[in-house]
Design a protein around this ligand. Structure first.
Ligand code: UFG
Length: 330
């Protein structure tokens, strides 16, 4: 039986495929390569180029593969872009999921693990955030993912498709050997941008907003290593295979780092100066996002290996310093 990874050529999806292959799973990948990279996908996985919204294409994949469960990463995920292009997010993310669920139902595939996000909580009433806290997104990206969670809920009741929604906080880092990593074009995320400055590919870091209600005035985020995140998906697949009910889990570290602290940690991890300046706020950014991930630890048995932000950044640096142009360097 095969695990089908949708969006398996992307940053998180490619780390998931890597872990699955290493653990001896049979893996098939679907990716439209709009954001993903063919070179990021382990050769052991069968690859299908196409879009999850194309139902005929998806049906052909389901016909060729004996699919046991789906892991769904194929989505847009950039908060500021979603503020400019909300309909793209509702189309690719929300409508994309409807297509995936319809085809799963046609082929009697009843298990899916999917990427949700801390952005579904909007501006939290308290931190650390628990899964039961209010979900009121403040950007279209978070809204598109909250809609996906709700669609999953009703599809479970109607069709018995069981799901695990994994609400990621800020994902960073790369496989420890530096062979795969983060390659977005254009890059918008803090850690890779800081490392591009360290690499001399950008002049300086702009820190968006220094007047937030946080200890040093810059946003606080909770960083989780991409390989720990992939491992949580493998545990979620096992959880569903054991016949458990649909569920949602936060995935973070329970520790917050401000944007300035990330800059300092990157200076230490790289040994580079990394020039930076304060800049205006970026629309759609909540002050602070920190996860309470105790439920994932207790119910899934998740034990993240990386608990040190400098070590997380060091793995990202191994990738960025050896692949300054991402997969184009291959
Ligand atoms: N930032 C800067 N300068 C930059 C880039 C980012 O100051 O050049 C700041 C942002 O304003 C924010 C912080 O760095 O305060 C983190 O920004 P990212 O873009 O790296 O990440 P986000 O917190 O916006 O979003 C990420 C994922 C989302 C996910 C969210 C959940 O991209 O998919 O984490 O916490 F929903």
């Amino acid at each position: 039986m095969t695990v089908l990874v949708l969006g398996g050529a992307g940053y998180i999806g490619s780390h998931m495929v890597d872990r699955l292959v290493d653990q001896g799973s049979d893996v098939a990948v679907v990716d439209n390569l709009v954001k993903g990279h063919r070179a990021a996908v382990r050769p052991e996985a069968r690859f299908y180029k196409g879009d999850v919204r194309d139902k005929d294409f998806m049906r052909s994949v389901f016909r060729q593969e004996d699919i046991e469960a789906v892991v769904h990463f194929a989505a847009f995920s950039i908060v500021p872009e979603s503020m400019q292009q909300p309909l793209d997010y509702f189309d690719n993310n929300t409508a994309g999921l409807i297509s995936v669920l319809e085809v799963m139902n046609e082929f009697n595939v009843k298990r899916i693990v999917f990427s949700s996000t801390a952005a579904t909580y909007g501006t939290p009433e308290r931190v650390p955030i628990k899964e039961t806290d209010k979900q009121e997104p403040i950007n279209p990206y978070g809204e598109s993912k909250l809609m996906m969670e709700k669609i999953m809920h009703w599809s479970d009741l109607a069709y018995g498709i069981k799901f695990v929604a994994l609400r990621y906080f800020n994902v960073a880092g790369a496989k420890a050997d530096g062979s795969i990593g983060e390659d977005h074009g254009p890059e918008t995320h803090l850690v890779p941008i800081v490392l591009q400055v360290a690499n001399g590919q950008r002049d300086k870091l702009k820190i968006f907003g220094s007047d937030y209600d946080t200890p040093d005035g810059t946003n606080v985020r909770d960083y989780v290593h991409v390989v720990d995140l992939a491992d949580a998906h493998i545990l979620a697949l096992k959880y569903l295979a054991a016949g458990n009910d649909s569920n949602a889990f936060n995935l973070g570290s329970a520790t917050g780092f401000s944007n300035r602290q990330i800059l300092e940690a990157a200076r230490k991890a790289t040994g580079k100066e990394i020039p930076a300046e304060d800049a205006p706020r970026r629309p759609g950014d909540p002050d602070t996002l920190i996860a309470d991930s105790s439920k994932a630890r207790k119910v899934l048995g998740w034990k993240p290996q990386y608990d040190d932000i400098e070590k997380i950044i060091a793995t990202a640096w191994k990738w960025h310093s050896t692949h300054p142009n991402g997969y184009n360097d291959k």
